[in-house]
Design a protein around this ligand. Structure first.
Ligand code: CA
Ligand code: CA
Ligand code: CA
Length: 339
């Protein structure tokens, strides 16, 4: 089948019938087609963990009449199905759908450059993305053809592109140094011990020091959660008698060199977190979100010290497993990379 040229000097085009025996006149009509859908940069996570994908969409009018104003929408297909997502183009009124500003003449194209926002639920997934020309997404009571009646309404959905999305990164770090210090044996180092002790008893106080290497977290990463996990091996007096607090250490110390009389200064009494620790074996978590965020942001990381807090029973003590044990301390960090 072939298409004849202009008939009667008018802008009318026709088509040969399949039989080729007679000639059908058709009014001129627009035909919108997405000729380009491409990413213009790497996807990034927003602070709320939604994902921004920068894209460019080019829609061409391949028909033979001007197309009235229309909008473009975007959709993705992920593990949960297919969903329309916001396509935000600077200078547009709607954050969801860019519109053309005027009619689009035959043979002309219009480019939309902006950002698609995908939900956090598809972090770390690979999704397929499509753009739709003359979209009716979000509209009610529109005709089948939406705003522009076209020669071909079936070709308005672009080809899919595949996009791999960033996601939160989770780390489980073990210490690079840990030890405790003891007031009674004020010259003694316990860096090689299998426990980390906390004790409040006067003249017999124990405090523990732990340091993690955070160099595997990129500078500028946004820390979503950070928690210290310790395994309690032993204690005394029951569950509600010893509150163990975590404070930032402000000076250098070494695992095999630290002792009570030479212990580093700390941010005490500015506790990052504290909790009541029972006497039977088990796991305990302290929240270190803000301190780890500071360290990742460049604050010198000298580690943390565990104190018995003063509102606790005066001679209560607790022992936790050190990095020399089979249940080492852990720092659980989840972070994202944002712009
Ligand atoms: Ca079309
Ligand atoms: Ca249409
Ligand atoms: Ca140690």
């Amino acid at each position: 089948m072939r298409r004849p040229s202009t008939v009667d000097g008018a802008a009318n085009f026709g088509e040969w019938s399949p039989e080729g025996t007679f000639y059908v006149l058709e009014p001129p009509s627009p035909d919108l087609v997405v000729t380009t859908l491409e990413t213009t940069g790497s996807p990034t996570m927003n602070p709320d963990e939604s994902i921004a994908v920068p894209i460019r969409v080019v829609v061409q009018n391949q028909g033979d009449a001007a197309a009235a104003v229309f909008k473009v929408s975007t959709e993705y297909t992920g593990p949960e199905g297919t969903f329309t997502v916001p396509f935000t183009v600077p200078g547009q009124d709607s954050a969801f759908y860019p519109y053309t500003g005027s009619s689009l003449g035959p043979g002309n194209g219009v480019t939309f450059e902006g950002e698609v926002t995908l939900p956090d639920t598809v972090g770390a997934e690979t999704v397929s993305l499509r753009a739709i020309a003359d979209s009716c997404a979000g509209d009610e009571l529109m005709p089948d053809y939406c705003r522009v009646e076209e020669r071909d309404e079936a070709n308005n959905l672009s080809a899919s592109i595949s996009v791999s999305l960033p996601g939160p990164v989770a780390l489980e770090l073990t210490p690079v140094a840990d030890s405790y210090v003891e007031e009674l044996n004020f010259w003694q180092n316990y860096g090689g011990a299998s426990t980390l002790k906390v004790d409040l008893e006067d003249s017999y106080r124990h405090r523990s020091l732990i340091r993690f290497d955070l160099s595997s977290v990129p500078v500028g990463a946004a820390v979503q959660t950070a928690g210290l996990r310790l395994y309690l091996t032993d204690g005394n007096y029951g569950t509600d008698v010893l509150r163990v607090g975590v404070v930032q250490i402000l000076e250098e110390w070494t695992e095999t060199g630290v002792y009570w009389d030479d212990r580093p200064s700390t941010a005490w009494p500015d506790f990052e977190d504290s909790l009541l620790v029972g006497e039977s074996a088990g796991t305990y978590y302290w929240n270190l979100d803000s301190l780890v965020q500071e360290w990742v942001g460049g604050t010198a990381n000298y580690g943390i010290m565990l104190y018995g807090k003063e509102d606790s029973a005066y001679d209560a003590w607790r022992a936790f497993a050190s990095r020399e044990s089979g249940n080492p301390p852990q720092l659980l960090v989840e972070y994202i990379i944002t712009d």
